[in-house]
Design a protein around this ligand. Sequence first.
Ligand SMILES: Cc1cc2nc3c(=O)[nH]c(=O)nc-3n(C[C@H](O)[C@H](O)[C@H](O)COP(=O)(O)OP(=O)(O)OC[C@H]3O[C@@H](n4cnc5c(N)ncnc54)[C@H](O)[C@@H]3O)c2cc1C
Length: 439
Amino acid sequence: MNTDCLENEIAIAGAGIAAAAVAIQLLRDGFRPVLIDRGLPSSKGIEAISESALRLFAALDLLPALEQAGGVWVAGFENAWQSHEPILRSGRYLHVDRTALLQATIATAIDRGAVLTACHTLPAIRIAGDRAYVTIDRVERPFAAAIDATGRSAIWSRSIRWQQQEIAEIYDAIGDPNCLRGRIARIADGWVYRLGLPDRMTVGVVRSQRLRGQIDNALVNASLDLPNHTQLRFLGRRPAVPQWAAAPIQDCRIAVGDAALASNPIAGQGIRFALSSALAAAAVVRTWRDSPANRAGATEFYNELVATERQQHLASIDALYFNEPVSTTNHQLSQPILDRTNLPATVCFTGQIKTMNLYIDGLIQPSAALILADGKAVRWLGNFDLLTLQEFGREPIVTAIAIEHLRSTSMSQESALSLIQWCLEHQIFASIPAPQSTL
Ligand SMILES: Cc1cc2nc3c(=O)[nH]c(=O)nc-3n(C[C@H](O)[C@H](O)[C@H](O)COP(=O)(O)OP(=O)(O)OC[C@H]3O[C@@H](n4cnc5c(N)ncnc54)[C@H](O)[C@@H]3O)c2cc1C
């Protein structure tokens, strides 16, 4: 038997965006991905891609595919969830037709060397030892790993769990230059959204599955601030419930994208998670091959990654639907404090460090990370390695000197101030009270 083949062929079920992304990264790592797909048309509609997801497109060298798909930049997003006066969320969003995006990303994966095999029914996988066996063209073939990228079908990753009972009805309408920007609004029995491209827009009506039936076109138009005469043309339905695989990784089978965790569309995280889980899954497969001693660690890393995403998603959905306070999920610097007088005069490094499995240079490796007050582990803030803060030692340091020290690593004054504030918030630094003057 050809051992090179055994080591490097990866079976991927599905040919959506997660399948394309995982195939592209696996090709870079020297694997040979084989995509197996039914070739059915995908659900139609316009998608909004946030800037955080765009970084992942860039990491996969997929920005040309976005351009090919005809993506259009739109500034901001209108959130009318709580009132008719929307809050304008800042940031840029790329609006793109999802079918065009899918075609462009899959074409890129094939151009780069992925093989696409059509099937009427997805073959079952048989796992034996650390190999997956899949029958293609009546021949059972061994694969070093099997990736389930079949979206919400999660064919290779049953059983699945879900929460809520909502469904989205998707409509198409003629574009309007004043309605390019995305908007969400609450209606009595659910919520609605719009996303625009210059020539057309997508409108989604999300309601409980029990409430299927005629929508109130005038109410939708008013909630989404569409011109009165806007006619909605029904495109189809899609599930809107959060759904997840009970075991996103097992033996040598990994679920990515919606097959691992499909979110409520209000989060706008589907594309970002499809790409980030694809990159993580490719790193796990590479670790299994190149660093077999850490096989179990890589598996654990992936399980935790999906579990953390799921917990954060469900918490943020609960907070939104039941108006509960939402905890910050991403580790980002808060708004910069431009004045150092807001900071204590002296700080002290109090961070706790633990060895964990981390994603480093495309591999899952045991490495040190800082443990935050809420128990979460973090190593990098943007490109800044937080472990370098240990250089401050455990002795109190004058904040101005700490700022100069950070600036010597070519960090701007503004970023250094924000970093120190973030460290104080997360108890990586403690503020040292100024000494009491004795009379
Ligand atoms: C209308 C719509 C609007 C959306 N808008 C946004 C948005 O604005 N922003 C955002 O971030 N996300 C959005 N999403 C979600 C986002 O599109 C998904 O999270 C993302 O596409 C998931 O990618 P995936 O590759 O995991 O799954 P999919 O794109 O669903 O791909 C699954 C693949 O598996 C194949 N497959 C399925 N079943 C089988 C089977 N039995 N046998 C063989 N192959 C099979 C399918 O043919 C397909 O190729 C939207 C989704 C929809 C439907």
